[in-house]
Design a protein around this ligand. Sequence first.
Ligand code: ZN
Ligand code: ZN
Length: 561
Amino acid sequence: MADKILVTAALPYANGPLHLGHLAGAYIPADVYVRYQRLKGSDVIYICGSDEHGVPITIRADRERASPQEIVDRYHGLMKESFRRMGIRFDNYSRTSLPLHHRISRDFFLRLHDQGHIQPHEVQQCYCDQCGRFLPDRYIEGECPHCQAPDARGDQCENCGRVLEPEHIISPRCKICGSAPRTRTTTHWYFRLSSFQRQLVEWQKGKPDWRGNVREFSSGWFQEGLSDRAITRDLDWGVEVPLVEAKGKVLYVWFDAPIGYLSSTVEWAENLGDPDRWRRYWADPKTRMIHFIGKDNIVFHAIVWPAMLMGHGEFILPDHIPANEFLNIEGKKLSTSRNWAVWVDEYLETFPPDPLRYHLASNAPESKDADFTWKDFQARNNNELADVLGNLVNRSLTFVEKQFAGQVPPAADLTDGDRAIHAAISEAVTAIGRSLDGFQLRKATGELMNLARIGNRYFNDSAPWAAIRTDRRRAATTLHTVIQLQWALSALMEPFMPFSAERLRQMLNAPESAAGPRWSEIPEMRLPAGHRLGKREILFHKIEDDVIQAQMDRLRGNSSV
Ligand SMILES: [Zn+2]
Ligand SMILES: [Zn+2]
């Protein structure tokens, strides 16, 4: 039976466009993994959507004199388009502002509430008399008690980076009207996270293969002791709390966002015309649910969300949470507020998607923060994609075109050198598969490029351009072998560089079955002698220095770092 896998990537927040940190943290690792699982024949679905609630969106809407719906419509559209152009192929990309998501989130809340996992508490909260409303933390501004920056937010100081409580802000003011808020009693509903601590600890004991960052982060929280968490907010944008006594309150965005994985899967099933199909994943203990996230989301995915699922009781728990560290840009922490970021839509103005997919996979922030520099990007494109992989394809296909009329030449009398290529393909299939099963993209891309290097060495050592004059059969066998290697490479590349893999298949005029080749069958794939190749083109173009310089100038020119 095929492995059943439900893959999610963190719902991106719909208050800005996508940047490289997003791609490196969750979407490319998950997409590579999913494409690989599909080649393996696994029953896998890739679920995501835009996270469209919460205070940053209402603040942005206030600032731009737009409605929150207008803001999320804009960024949902932009992000969806960037994903499509980058080849991130979700089975469903939903959005949390949909009525379907609201209904499912309310049901989830009610089920937890009815079982006693959610309770009301009276709390003191900032209230603005002028505006006539309670103020969420981010609606409070004032002087930072640590660094004296004049416009620290109630939850965090952008200047010194410290997490703050609104009551510690010096001379606080309402972000909307500027007047001084006062504290007032209100009621919020709390998820009783503390009561799940023992169950969570036990559950995580069964996950020894989780990444160090997830286990360490979780054990830190367990040691401190989990506390109950407020899951409602005073806001008019979000999922309404389904209790009469909570009128005017919405669910905290971090409560409803992970439920987006569920509602997006339900939407996927509805769109397929098979409305119960989502249960085959969510309600089957044989399904492995894998959450790809950045490290800033660990607490929600490794602790809060599993506890919500435990309390709910009908669905599976996460099987793996491959959390990535951060991607820095040119040696500095990525900052969207200071525009120290490389935006995906801007990248795509100049470059095709695959070199970035490849670079972010080979430089994935798996065990520590990684740094993106334009020079490294150029070097990987030019020295690896163009000089190794592209060069192998170009010179061997040119040779076949000139010497063998564009047809796969026959093989005869295989030497140890020829057989070693077939052995290298088998080994790469195993090695890359093992790395991807273990969420190690860096290692996997290294193994992929290594196979192309072996191919180039073989081509050089065999010197078919010399052999063609003295031993045409030998030259033919070399080219026959190199073409089989390229077909294998086109399949092995697919998870990382789907667009280039497709172009290479076209250049080889490789037969295309609807499902593509199975991963395990790659070593046996053969284009027979006499098979006519397709039209040759350059697979990867080199990137010139001035093009890279222009990108660096744009990054520096636009930012306030
Ligand atoms: Zn500060
Ligand atoms: Zn006010």
